[in-house]
Design a protein. Structure first.
Length: 251
């Protein structure tokens, strides 16, 4: 293959690549002014691919330029000018392409950042709104629980006070009844004791009288014979025993 053919082949590859890259760039640029976030992300990804291919494009252009410059010594003035014009057009097309790609990619990135910022702000507002609502719900729930606890405590205290009042009333009644019974028993015991004292007093008096009568009778019949004395003793003992029996019966 001659130098001219090699140049033409490389020039065709470079031109075809530039045309395809320009088409890709146009598709990404046309949808970059408006569109949803997902479309912007796809267009930005396409532009980043073009930027990633820039070193390969520059290398292809350099190879084409080298092959074209090799033709200068063996080519006429008009031929050299034509090759120089072709190379300049390729160089200009590549620079214009990547200037546009870089500029558009920056614009898309700025739009995406604004969209992300808006989404973050909206999400944050929704989040804090939800958190505020949840906090309000928990606050109301806590207040309701506190009110229920207060009501339960009040009910319990009322029941306790009622029970204590009833218990104290019952205890006071029982105490009063017990005191009444105790007073009655005390009175009864006092009366019984008084009665027993009176009975003992009467019994003692009776025994004294009996003893005195026995002594008088014994002294009166002391001058009689032994039989009379025995009879007096027997009568005295008999009266004494009768008196004792009466006393015992009374007790």
């Amino acid at each position: 293959m001659s130098d001219h053919e090699a140049y033409l082949d490389k020039y065709r590859q470079c031109s075809e690549w530039l045309a395809a890259a320009q088409g890709r760039f146009e598709r990404c640029r046309d949808g970059s002014s408006v569109g949803a976030r997902q479309d912007l992300i796809q267009h930005s990804a396409g532009l980043k691919e073009l930027l990633a291919e820039q070193p390969s494009a520059i290398s292809l252009l350099n190879n084409t330029t080298e092959l074209g410059e090799k033709l200068y010594p063996s080519t006429a003035m008009e031929g050299r000018e034509a090759v120089r014009q072709q190379l300049q057009e390729l160089q200009q097309a590549l620079e214009t392409l990547y200037d546009g790609v870089s500029s558009t990619e920056r614009e898309l990135r700025a739009k995406l950042n604004r969209l992300v910022s808006i989404l973050i702000t909206d999400t944050r507002q929704k989040f804090f709104g939800a958190v505020s609502l949840i906090a309000l719900i928990f606050s109301v729930r806590y207040l309701l629980m506190m009110m229920m606890m207060v009501m339960m405590t009040t009910t319990t205290m009322t029941m306790t006070m009622t029970t204590m009042t009833t218990t104290m009333t019952t205890m006071m009644t029982m105490t009063t009844m017990t005191m009444t019974k105790t007073m009655t028993m005390t009175t009864t015991m006092t009366m019984t004791t008084t009665t027993m004292v009176m009975m003992v007093t009467v019994t003692t008096s009776t025994m004294v009288v009996v003893v005195m009568m026995t002594t008088m009778m014994t002294t009166t019949i002391h001058s009689h014979n032994g039989t009379s004395r025995d009879l007096s003793k027997n009568h005295a003992y008999m009266y004494y025993n009768l008196s004792i029996d009466r006393i015992v019966k009374r007790i």
